[in-house]
Design a protein around this ligand. Structure first.
Ligand code: NAP
Length: 191
C-alpha cells in the first residue's frame, strides 16, 4: 500500500484491511513515500516522521508491515522503483499495489507507466460515490474498492491538528500522541 501517509489515518487502515479481505492477500506492506516528485512544492512532513507514524499505526496487526524502500532510496519517489525494490525483496510474491483512486487517476502520467502493469495488479481505493474515470487503462489492470472510512483524509487531519482541534479517533491513539510530541502540523491552516 503506497501513500504519503501525512499522517496515516483510520481510513488508510480500513482500506488496507478491506483490500486484504477482498483480494485474499497474505500481507499488506505499507510503503510511505520518500520524496514525492509530484509534490515538490508542497509542504510534506519529513519521511522519517511519516514512516514512524506508519509503524505505530500498524504495529498491532500481524498482517501489516512497513517497508523503508521509498524512504531509503535517494532521489524522488516513483512507483516503478518501489515495485522493482519490492520484487527484489520478495521474488515469489504476487504484488498488488493499493493506493487512493485520486492518485491512480493520474497513473498514465507516472514514470514508465507502461511497465507498471507487468509489475503489479493495481487496486484503487475510493470514497463512496467517487468513480475512477481514466481512459486507456489496460483491461483488468485496476480493481476499484469503495471504502466508506475514506471519508477521513490526511488533509483534514493536518488542518485539524494545525488548528488545535482534536484528531482523536481519526488517527490511531499512538499517532495522536506522536503528532503532539513532535508538534507536527502546528500552524498549518492554509491548505
Ligand atoms: P496523494 O496525491 O497524496 O493522494 C491522492 C488521494 O488518494 C488523496 O485523496 C489521498 O488521501 C488518497 N490516498 C493516497 N494514498 C492512499 C492510500 N494508501 N489509501 C487510501 N487513500 C490514499 O497521493 P500520494 O499519497 O502522494 O501517492 C499515492 C501513491 O502513489 C504513492 O505510493 C506514490 O508514490 C504513488 N505515486 C507515484 C507516482 C509516480 O510514480 N510518478 C506519482 C504519483 C503517486 P489521503 O491524503 O487521506 O491519503
Amino acid at each position: 500500500m503506497g501513500g504519503t501517509f501525512d499522517p496515516i489515518h483510520h481510513g488508510h487502515l480500513v482500506a488496507a484491511s478491506e483490500a486484504a479481505a477482498n483480494l485474499g492477500l497474505d500481507e499488506v506492506v505499507f510503503v510511505p513515500t520518500g520524496r514525492p516528485g509530484f509534490k515538490q512544492h508542497a509542504n510534506v512532513t519529513p519521511a522519517e516522521h511519516r514512516y514512524l507514524m506508519t509503524v505505530i499505526a500498524t504495529a498491532s496487526n500481524p498482517r501489516f508491515t512497513v517497508s523503508r524502500v521509498d524512504v531509503d532510496r535517494p532521489g524522488l519517489t516513483y512507483t516503478v522503483d518501489t515495485l522493482r525494490d519490492l520484487h527484489a525483496q520478495r521474488p515469489e510474491a504476487d504484488l498488488f499495489f493499493i493506493t487512493g483512486a485520486d492518485a491512480i487517476q493520474q497513473i498514465l502520467t507516472w514514470k514508465d507507466s507502461d511497465r507498471l502493469w507487468d509489475m503489479a495488479h493495481f487496486v484503487a481505493v475510493t470514497r463512496p460515490g467517487h468513480r475512477l474515470t481514466v481512459d486507456g487503462l489496460p483491461q483488468g489492470g485496476v480493481t476499484t474498492l469503495e471504502v466508506p472510512a475514506l471519508a477521513i483524509s490526511s488533509t483534514d487531519c493536518r488542518r485539524r491538528a494545525g488548528a488545535g482541534l482534536p484528531v482523536w479517533y481519526l488517527v490511531p491513539d499512538g499517532v495522536v500522541q506522536y503528532i503532539a510530541k513532535h508538534g507536527l502540523y502546528r500552524g498549518l491552516h492554509d491548505e
